[in-house]
Design a protein around this ligand. Structure first.
Ligand SMILES: Cc1cc2nc3c(=O)[nH]c(=O)nc-3n(C[C@H](O)[C@H](O)[C@H](O)COP(=O)(O)O)c2cc1C
Length: 367
């Protein structure tokens, strides 16, 4: 696919003329997708971003294919869904073709809309077993694994990968071409290498090379998109067909709706204010409580609450109060105090300062 770099003003015009984003026969409601963030993009979070609107596809955290086949409780929690959580993809990881095939078939049997294969995870626990980003170091066996999965199911199979293992092995364009040949429906590219982890800048030129390497499957650009301007730049400089957001969605769950508004009208409404965010926090917590019971929900909601409360500019001692809650009544008391106190900056119903969510730091070797 030849890509002409577009001035930002023409990006919308190009998008409006493009056919809707589709993974094979599955047409997605928008070209703005939720990128998996292990520990965050669970069912309760997917439900609230879908309720706000604009989400083209929601994907689970990475799911161990073997754990799924063994019916492990934790793994099964990850693939829980509900009728509102559509279209819905499960991301699987593993290095054994037969295990990946069986997991894909199991998921198809459960009514999942699409399967995503993880080829981007840099964490040693995953790569040392030959899965995640390490698959980008082995062309033949990786393409065979992907072919096995594609041929075993009728639903679309996609791959999410990085630009390559390191700057000397930028293998994403080659893989994308090969994957298209074996029937992959789309590829998503996080514009960094495994060696980079999350450091440095996203290489949009590298993503563009992937777009140029394929004939017709859509390419999803990913990495550091936190605003409409960031997304516009990704479309303009790479020629990608869709974009996916992880941390940007955590900081601003309204981002998908903003993109759809921008694409259709050129204008977009501000993200939710303090009051909106507090209501969203409560709703998301309620969904988690339904799924896991109150006690577990309180503990497992802490990491999510951390970002909610940061985004809401809540005073440190009140953030701590919520983080130390152990019962429903302590949790509710913390919410009441937070509601009464309001944000430290701005107003309850005004636009809050943008929150930039940092990434895991330190050398990837240690993860
Ligand atoms: C805490 C965290 C967990 C992640 N978990 C996954 C995962 O399970 N599967 C995956 O493909 N990528 C995962 N990623 C990578 C993101 O999907 C995404 O590619 C990356 O964060 C860059 O996009 P962003 O800047 O929009 O967040 C994770 C990233 C972070 C920070």
């Amino acid at each position: 696919m030849i890509v002409d770099e577009l001035p930002n003003s023409s990006v919308r015009e190009r998008l409006v003329k493009l056919p809707p984003l589709a993974y094979g026969p599955l047409t997605l409601p928008s070209r703005y997708l939720l990128s998996p963030l292990a520990g965050y993009t669970n069912l309760p979070f997917r439900r609230i971003v879908r309720e706000i609107g604009g989400v083209g596809l929601g994907t689970t955290d990475l799911v161990n294919a073997r754990g799924l086949l063994e019916g492990k409780g934790k793994t099964l929690h990850l693939v829980e869904t509900c009728p509102e959580d559509r279209p819905f993809a499960v991301q699987i990881f593993g290095s054994e073709p037969i295990v990946m095939r069986d997991a894909a078939q199991l998921l198809e049997g459960r009514g999942v809309d699409s399967i995503d294969i993880n080829m981007g995870c840099p964490v040693q626990r995953i790569t040392k077993g030959g899965a995640g980003a390490s698959m980008m170091c082995r062309v033949d066996s990786t393409v065979e694994l992907v072919r096995t999965v594609v041929e075993s199911v009728r639903i679309p199979v996609t791959v999410k990968m990085r630009l390559g293992w390191d700057s000397t092995q930028l293998t994403a364009p080659k893989f994308a071409r090969e994957f298209e040949q074996v029937g992959v429906a789309a590829v998503a590219i996080h514009g960094r290498t495994r060696e980079q982890g999350f450091s440095g800048l996203v290489d949009r030129e590298g993503i563009r090379k992937v777009v140029e390497a394929v004939e017709k499957i859509p390419v999803i650009g990913n990495g550091d998109i936190r605003s409409i301007a960031d997304g516009e730049r990704m479309f303009a400089e790479t020629g990608c067909h869709g974009i996916s957001m992880g941390r940007g969605a955590l900081a601003n769950p309204w981002i998908f709706r903003q993109f759809v508004e921008w694409e259709t009208t050129g204008q977009y409404s501000p993200p939710g204010h303090f009051e909106d965010r507090l209501a969203l926090l409560m709703r998301q917590f309620g969904y988690l409580e339904q799924q896991r019971g109150t006690e577990r929900a309180i503990v497992s909601f802490r990491k999510m609450a951390h970002w909610y409360l940061k985004a809401m500019c809540v005073k440190a001692h009140l953030r701590n109060l919520m983080q130390s809650a152990r019962t429903r009544s302590e949790f509710e008391a913390a919410v009441r105090e937070i509601a009464e106190s309001g944000p430290t900056r701005g107003t309850r119903t005004g636009v809050l300062p943008d929150l930039v969510i940092p990434v895991p730091s330190g050398p990837v070797e240690n993860w």
